[in-house]
Design a protein around this ligand. Structure first.
Ligand SMILES: C[S@@+](CC[C@H](N)C(=O)[O-])C[C@H]1O[C@@H](n2cnc3c(N)ncnc32)[C@H](O)[C@@H]1O
Length: 256
């Protein structure tokens, strides 16, 4: 992508999210039933992040208005959160409330960040890498991460044909430039980090979303989660059909 087309892409991405966050009419109710299935990955993310954030320098990228930094701002020595959308940062400040002065919240492009090399103990985000040029973002994250730092993200995967059909039927919910990660994008992380660990979640388990809240949902979730484990163990190539992954990236390779 040349400089001009990349600038246009960033502008489109900022405009899409500015509009989305400013619009009070946006209705994300229909997707909430699927998002219930994120809970376990969210909990694992939270646990890893909180451990690493203690007395460390932390950066959240693509924070959106529902900024996660609020959960560790009192533990970290320095907290930063960035987003390409001004509206996201404005609303994130409001969400942080009195805590906002303890963190640095800035409009910044995650593909080219104004931080020194080896600066952060932790770089994290939810649903952000798939909005970026994957190559550039891994390069930037590995550059700013300390040698013993951790980068951790929750991202969607794009190989499941049924989930992809749903995505094609609901195009307005996504920006023109984002795309769920492919395994080639996930594997590319190995060029920038010596240690990468991927947790896959929600293959057949995504069907539990159609169960009503309560016992039925919990039972379907447990049964289908068990089924996913069996299928993924016997046939490891099926992991790519999961809806989501938790990516843990450590030991950045030497800076280029
Ligand atoms: C799917 S939203 C996720 C927001 C938030 N992390 C959450 O989980 O609710 C993706 C976010 O990435 C931001 N974003 C997109 N491209 C970006 C870029 N190049 N640099 C920084 N943020 C970007 C968008 O403005 C948006 O807020």
């Amino acid at each position: 992508m040349n400089v001009d087309s990349n600038e246009l892409k960033l502008k489109r991405e900022a405009e899409f999210h500015n509009e989305r966050y400013a619009s009070e009419s946006e209705n994300r109710e229909p997707v909430q039933k699927y998002y219930r299935l994120k809970k376990e990955l969210d909990e694992k993310f939270a646990q890893k992040v909180i451990n690493k954030a203690k007395n460390g320098k932390v950066l959240e990228i693509g924070c959106g208005p529902n900024i996660n930094t609020i959960h560790w701002v009192d533990l970290a020595t320095e907290s930063w959160a960035i987003d390409i959308s001004e509206v996201a940062i404005e609303q994130a400040r409001a969400v942080m409330g009195a805590n906002h002065s303890k963190a640095h919240l800035e409009v910044m492009n995650a593909e080219s960040m104004n931080f020194d090399d080896n600066y952060f103990d932790l770089v994290c985000g939810k649903g952000i890498i798939h909005h970026l040029d994957v190559n550039k973002s891994y390069q930037e994250i590995s550059r700013i991460l300390k040698p013993d730092g951790l980068a951790i993200f929750i991202e969607p995967l794009g190989h499941n044909p049924i989930i992809n059909l749903y995505r094609r039927l609901t195009p307005k919910m996504r920006s023109d430039d984002e795309y769920p990660l492919l395994m080639s994008d996930v594997k590319l992380a190995q060029d920038y980090f010596e240690h990468t660990q991927i947790t896959y979640k929600n293959m057949t388990r995504i069907l539990a979303a159609f169960a009503p809240k309560g016992l039925l949902f919990d039972t379907a979730k447990a049964a289908l989660g068990g089924l996913d484990s069996i299928i993924n163990t016997i046939l490891p190539f099926t992991k790519k059909y999961s809806w989501m992954i938790l990516m843990e990236l450590e030991r950045p390779r030497s800076k280029r």
